[in-house]
Design a protein around this ligand. Structure first.
Ligand code: ATP
Length: 212
């Protein structure tokens, strides 16, 4: 059993998140991918953040129908700041069978690994899988420098990196859908359509609850 953990503010979840998760799942042959909305993401301003229960409900609506996709409310139940290290420890302690964990994220997030809580411990406890997310104005996918990877204890092996603990780091080139939650919220504030940027059920949910 190979388990992916995909955390984010999902404010709201959109097709960019979903397509990247699906391609990473296939590439890494993951059996399950847990989408984990953050209660209070450490790197984000909270004023524009929809209430956690709404973001969770939208993730549930967006992922239903894919038997590999699960939703976890662990960070929302924990409340306070959502640190990935706490979430990884939770999964390691509670999975029914021991399973390798694959922490999934876009390159933009991985590039900030240094500023996370206990990054060295995180690289020892789980595998990382980084999907490319092209950032406007930057030439290539945002990747951390090779020097920084060495500092974290990674060495290159074929098409991926291996940590001194044995955990791996892989980069997966996914089809980039240039959709951002910030833009979606902007569309809504201007009264513009968000159809085909998010699944239908999410459009419906946003309208019914007058979010954003
Ligand atoms: P915001 O615009 O509100 O900052 P965001 O989509 O950048 O939202 P999150 O919801 O926290 O922020 O992102 C969750 C994860 O999804 C991150 O790892 C991020 O890199 C990745 N991600 C976000 N947008 C895309 C996209 N269009 N394609 C692929 N990955 C994405």
């Amino acid at each position: 059993m190979r388990v992916g953990l995909f955390g984010g503010s999902f404010n709201p979840i959109h097709l960019g998140h979903l397509r990247a998760a699906e391609e990473v799942r296939e590439a890494l042959k993951l059996d399950l991918v847990y989408f984990i909305p953050a209660a209070s993401p450490p790197h984000k301003q909270s004023s524009e953040l929809a209430p956690a229960e709404h973001r969770l409900a939208m993730v549930r609506a967006a992922t239903k129908g894919n038997r590999h996709f699960m939703t976890s409310d662990v960070e929302i139940r924990r409340s306070g700041r959502s640190y990935t290290i706490d979430t990884v420890r939770h999964f390691l302690a509670t999975l029914k069978q021991p399973a390798p964990l694959y922490l999934m994220m876009g390159g933009d997030q991985f590039a900030e690994l240094d500023s996370w809580k206990e990054p060295e411990e995180l690289t020892r406890l789980c595998n990382f899988v980084v999907h490319t997310r092209l950032i406007e104005g930057k030439e290539g996918p945002a990747r951390i420098s090779v020097a920084a990877l060495k500092r974290f204890g990674y060495n290159q092996a074929d098409d991926h990196y291996v940590h001194s603990s044995g955990q791996t780091l892989s980069f997966v080139d996914t089809t980039f859908l240039p959709i951002s939650a910030t833009e979606i919220r902007g569309n809504l504030q201007l009264g513009e359509s968000i159809r085909y940027l998010v699944p239908f059920d999410v459009v419906d949910y946003v309208q019914r609850h007058s979010l954003y």
